[in-house]
Write a protein that binds this ligand. Structure first.
Ligand code: DHE
Length: 527
């Protein structure tokens, strides 16, 4: 290896290590030669503007979870199971380091991604034909969708026999739970590059796709299943799409009342309120967007986004997509809702507390001391000694917190062997399951007794391999665990005896979603 290239590679690896420790990567100006290399070798798949094409977008916002060293080895060696070729024969280490620097450098200006750009991406599957009834014998409401992020596929699985029905290619890097229509007939997936895929669960076919953002967070479906809301980091927008034909219905520029632009952290369906609730990353506001076309325009909760607050304008909108802004003390995200959707709990940005907002009053009613970044979005709830409790893992501390929702206080803290990420239970199960997601004990999964609030069993299905994310079947008789490895698997457990029933190989099965549990908004699953 030439001396300079060796030094640069070492620098690049050090930069990777620095990133891993949370330090900022030192960027340098992108040369014309590097821009030329990009256009020659990368632009065809990743887009001349780096906004993506058949390959993912190459922007710091999209790549922040990919270390510089990992990006360099992907360019050099390619990526298995994808169309990413190896460029190690054509590029030296310095050229590779320069490309990494380029894709980690922010674009000069916020890209335009409006109605025209979105609509131009809309594509429909010519092989798709609607069907009158499911093309299989399985219970359509007890199917599972398993998102496999190892090779970017999804599997549809029978929830009674645990036999896969089909497996299909997805967009690159799906994130968040797929969202089912209320009858379970269709499901919508979202990728971090903003692609939304509509899939027919009866025909087992992709219906169509649209790219609603450049860097996106998650989607929600309206109570009636007619509208999709997409939360975007890039551009700063909340996009409403027709669930029927994926066309744009409305785009909200994400701006606070004071005119400050903000990333949109996440959007959630609030079925009891017939609305979407929206978390804003950079401004101290929570939005509620009506999905009820008949909402009373005089109802002062719903006010028109364009006119509200300007020159004392009166609410003018006619219900559907009317916007209400709730002012909070500081930006918050990662929302948990109680089953009535009257209360939302969000994480404060410093990760030290949970802030409870009364959605009817539009005001903050409690602040709970919860140091260690509680992962409220994974929180679940159940009745304990006649009162509702909410239980949440923490992303930075080895503990699980139990919160008494009757007075919003911490009832109990369970010590764990490492920070966790996901939790799940089911109305018919006496147990809740919680993973250890980070650190040397990431191969452990806890089973918590919902009555005693004690960990009663620690499972270690595959020593050394990450065991994460649980989902139950429709009647709560089985719990399904993921082994989060590229050559991973799902493991099915009898939810009563906690004995293993079956293993099915899968490629990093990141999440599993049971149609029934999702469409009924089971208290045991994140919503
Ligand atoms: Fe997620 C759900 C945000 C990192 C896997 N994640 C969600 C949701 C949000 C969120 C708002 C709820 C969306 C929904 O279901 O509609 N996730 C964030 C982050 O802010 C965070 C911490 C940083 C980021 O880079 O975005 C983050 N998430 C991750 C990961 O690193 C995970 C483990 C791997 C990955 O694929 O990116 C990850 N997130 C998931 C999964 C869900 C999810 C599997 C759905 C959970 C469910 O059971 O519903």
């Amino acid at each position: 290896m030439p001396k300079l290239a060796g030094v640069l590679l070492a620098t690049c690896m050090l930069a990777g290590a620095a990133e891993a420790r949370g330090k900022k990567l030192e960027l340098y100006p992108v040369s014309d030669a590097t821009k030329g290399t990009y256009q020659e070798l990368c632009a065809e798949c990743h887009g001349g503007d780096r906004l993506g094409g058949i390959g993912p977008a190459l922007l710091p916002e999209s790549l922040k979870r990919l270390r510089a060293s990992a990006a360099a080895s992907t360019i050099k060696e390619g990526r298995v199971h994808t169309q990413m070729p190896a460029f190690g024969d054509q590029l030296n280490d310095q050229q590779i380091a320069d490309l990494v620097n380029m894709i980690k450098t922010p674009l000069g200006a916020m890209p335009v991604w409006g109605e025209k750009e979105i609509m131009e991406t809309r594509i429909f599957n010519e092989d798709y034909k609607p069907v009158e009834k499911p093309v299989y014998e399985s219970d359509p409401l007890n199917l599972f969708v398993v998102v496999e992020t190892g090779d970017h596929y999804a599997t549809v699985m029978d929830g009674d026999t645990f036999e896969p029905l089909t497996r299909f290619k997805t967009q690159f890097a799906l994130h968040g739970g797929p969202k089912f229509t209320p009858d379970g007939h269709y499901v919508y997936f979202m990728s971090r590059d903003g692609w939304i895929t509509k899939y027919d669960m009866w025909a087992l076919k992709v219906v169509g796709e649209v790219r609603g953002g450049i860097n996106s967070r998650n989607i929600a479906l309206s109570r009636d299943g007619k509208h999709i809301a997409l939360a975007n980091y890039l551009p700063h927008s909340l996009v409403m799409l027709s669930a029927e034909d994926l066309s744009v219905e409305k785009i909200f520029d994400a701006e606070s009342l004071g005119g400050e632009t903000t990333r949109v952290s996440a959007v959630y369906q609030a079925p009891e309120r017939d609305s979407f609730v929206v978390a804003m990353k950079d401004t101290p506001e929570v939005w509620e967007v009506s999905t009820n076309p008949n909402a009373d325009p005089e109802f002062d909760a719903y006010v028109d986004s364009e006119n509200y607050g300007k020159d004392g304008a009166k609410p003018t909108s006619e219900g559907l997509f009317a916007l209400r802004r709730i002012q909070v003390d500081a930006p918050m995200d990662d929302f948990f809702f109680d089953q009535s959707y009257k209360h939302l709990m969000g994480s404060s940005r410093d990760g030290k507390s949970g802030v409870v907002v009364d959605m009817d009053e539009g005001s903050t009613i409690a602040k709970i001391d919860l140091p260690g970044f509680p992962h409220l979005g994974s929180g679940i709830s159940w009745e304990w000694e006649g009162k509702p409790v909410m239980v949440t893992p923490h992303l930075r501390e080895s503990k699980i917190s139990v919160i008494d929702m009757s007075n919003w206080s911490v009832l109990k803290t369970l010590d764990t062997a490492g920070p966790g990420f996901f939790m799940r239970s089911h109305e018919n199960s006496k147990y809740a399951w919680a993973d250890v997601f980070f650190g040397p004990n990431k191969d452990q999964m806890y089973v918590i007794d919902k009555e005693t609030l004690e960990i009663v069993k620690t499972l270690k299905p595959l020593p050394g391999k990450t065991a994460a994310h649980i989902e139950f079947d429709r009647d709560g008789s089985h719990a399904i665990l993921s082994i989060w490895e590229n050559d991973g698997m799902i493991i099915i457990y009898d939810a009563k005896t906690l004995e293993e029933v079956k293993r099915i190989p899968m490629s990093k099965p990141s999440g599993k979603y049971n149609v029934w549990n999702k469409i009924t908004f089971s208290a045991g699953t994140s919503h």
